[in-house]
Design a protein around this ligand. Structure first.
Ligand SMILES: [Zn+2]
Length: 137
């Protein structure tokens, strides 16, 4: 199952890197916390640097949340750090996700020194609490 998830992420995004995996992991947790809502009735706001590789997080989020550019329920706000807010209006709930800085730095080091795929698989294997923290509001 997990392998096919990464294959789908690669198919959509064109390659597999740690930021797409980060977005995928955050979105998966967000959907679960919002009671399984995907595609509709859910909104994702992504603060992140305005260029790849960090902006690749947006594609991981589109794949996992079903929020898409076309439906206008995902937006990118250029910022220096990554912060993701996923929300729904019924019931009103929002979750703010913050990546764990050291883990993301380690992933980009692996990406530079080995490859994007090696870094993606490394991140995928990390326990969720080492990848991001979140607060439910
Ligand atoms: Zn990418």
């Amino acid at each position: 199952m997990e392998q096919s998830v990464l294959d789908r992420a690669r198919e959509f995004h064109g390659h597999l890197g740690p930021y797409a995996v980060l977005g995928w992991m955050i979105g998966r947790r967000a959907v679960e916390l919002l009671g399984g809502k995907r595609h509709f009735g859910i909104h994702t706001m992504v603060r992140c640097p305005d260029a790849p590789p960090p902006s690749c997080v947006v594609d991981g989020l589109q794949t996992s949340t079903g929020c898409t550019m076309g439906k206008r329920n995902i937006e990118l706000i250029p910022d220096t750090d990554i912060l993701v807010t996923v929300s729904c209006s019924e019931p009103p709930k929002q979750i703010v996700f913050q990546p764990v800085r050291e883990t993301i730095e380690q992933a980009s080091k692996i990406m530079r020194e080995e490859s994007d795929e090696v870094a993606a698989y490394w991140l995928w294997e990390q326990p969720e609490e080492r990848v991001f923290t979140y607060t439910v509001e």
